[in-house]
Write a protein that binds this ligand. Structure first.
Ligand code: NDP
Length: 399
């Protein structure tokens, strides 16, 4: 019987709240806190009615004092951070001060620089360890399940993993010419940043969207996918002994890329402040305000996601390839929890990770990426809580 405090009330938060309610044997109480109280309260109303006790609160998670006051008032056993990556460090500070366990789904990003690095959060390792507090980083799908899949493959299928390709395919169609499936600001910063992959001990940078491949995704069909830098490359390069290459690919449709290019060409994706009618504005933040709210895509998105990992390496002296993936249906996700599959595939793992910290299996003072922890119970819970995984022992490889 434990209490969680969730920060954020967006698309991913909605899934986490519904899934905590389904797992009420562990989550007996949940407080939903977000910048806008009305949003937290609307989500509270949606998940009220079952055995889990739910309440709502307002908090500005950029403010450590407000966070500390809220944590001291609510006394949660864990803070589940599903607001934005900008708040990772303030929430970690508040968790350290109050000695409360912490979990997030995306690594810290400074607002004024699109940099995806674990450095800032890894700097907290010793302090969390000394305080006896557990922090779990990047516990969504990618990062998150991709790290759990890697730990599982290493534990059960390989002596050494030499190459890893992470493939993220969203075959969903929301009917808009251009929209993003999660927070537009974060999504566009990620996609317009230079790509990179890990090879022979170093990261090799590529121009944005410069490397393109095609892959046939079960449940979706053949799609073009592009090499991106993605945060789990950094932690997996450290945590998979003997790894020689890691790449991350994401699929994008023609319409998305055409609009993105046009928006980029006219300066709308920039994060440099500009002067507009006597005010400083950031073009990307203005763009976010005019784009569809990702939460509004839920009822109109059809199709499936297919996300997973292809591993190549050796077992008992023989070369081996192995793939683990999940297919998630946008309409089924929306019918169950009121969010589309991109939020669903992020929120379910966040709930599972938090549940494992609360039940003790993942309680380990320090700051950890998911692949450092035992994957077995997590893999079982993926099957129970709506993200069943599929094994392929003869996978098609990415050239
Ligand atoms: P949304 O934009 O839908 O929701 C973000 C929520 O955070 C909103 O409720 C927002 O409140 C709240 N928020 C923002 N700033 C603050 C603040 N200063 N204080 C308190 N609350 C705040 O985002 P998503 O739900 O789509 O994404 C949530 C997180 O999940 C992001 O960090 C994203 O990067 C991550 N993610 C991870 C994935 C993975 O696989 N690992 C995949 C997809 C997303 P308000 O509405 O009032 O602004």
């Amino acid at each position: 019987m434990s209490k969680a405090l969730m920060i954020g009330a967006g698309g991913v938060a909605s899934v986490v709240a519904h899934k905590c309610a389904q797992n009420h044997a562990v989550f007996s109480e949940l407080t939903i806190a977000s910048r806008t109280f009305e949003k937290a309260d609307a989500l509270r109303a949606k998940v009220t009615g079952g055995p889990m006790k739910v309440s709502a609160a307002a908090v500005d998670a950029d403010d450590v004092d407000q966070l500390v006051a809220l944590i001291e008032k609510e006394k949660p056993d864990i803070v589940i951070h599903v607001a934005l990556p900008y708040q990772d460090l303030t929430i970690m500070d508040a968790c350290l001060i109050t000695r409360t366990d912490y979990l997030d789904t995306a690594n810290y990003e400074p607002k004024d620089e699109a940099k995806f690095e674990y450095k800032w959060q890894w700097d907290y390792r010793e302090r969390f360890k000394a305080a006896g507090v557990t922090a779990i980083l990047g516990c969504g799908f990618d990062p998150g399940v991709t790290g759990v899949f890697s730990a599982y493959a290493l534990k059960h299928e390989f002596d050494v993993i030499r190459q890893l390709d992470i493939l993220d395919c969203n075959g969903g169609d929301h009917g808009y010419p251009f929209a993003t499936n999660f927070n537009p600001e974060i999504n566009i910063r990620e996609v317009t940043a230079p790509g990179s992959y890990f090879e022979d001990g170093q990261f090799i940078e590529t121009p944005p969207l410069a490397i393109k491949r095609r892959y046939a995704f079960e449940g979706v069909g053949e799609r073009d996918m592009y090499l991106l830098h993605h945060e789990e490359l950094e932690s997996l390069a450290e945590n998979l002994p003997g790894i020689e290459r890691i790449r991350f690919f994401m699929t994008f449709g023609e319409s998305y890329l055409m609009h993105l290019k046009a928006l980029e060409n006219v300066g709308m994706t920039s994060i440099e402040p500009i002067e507009f009618e006597g005010q400083q504005i950031i073009p990307l933040q203005f763009l976010k305000a005019v784009l569809p709210d990702p939460a509004s895509l839920g009822p109109r998105t059809r199709g499936k996601t297919n996300i997973g990992c292809i591993f190549s390496g050796e077992k008992d002296g023989a070369a081996k390839h192995y793939r683990l993936y999940n297919i998630c249906d946008h309409e089924a996700a929306y019918a169950e929890v009121g969010s589309q599959a991109v939020s669903y595939t992020t929120g379910v793992p966040a709930m599972i990770g938090a549940s494992l910290v609360l039940t003790g299996e993942w309680k380990k003072p320090g700051v950890h990426n998911v692949e450092e922890l035992d994957p077995d119970r997590f893999m079982d819970m993926l099957n129970t809580f709506g993200l069943p995984w599929i094994e392929d022992r003869d996978p098609a490889l990415v050239p």
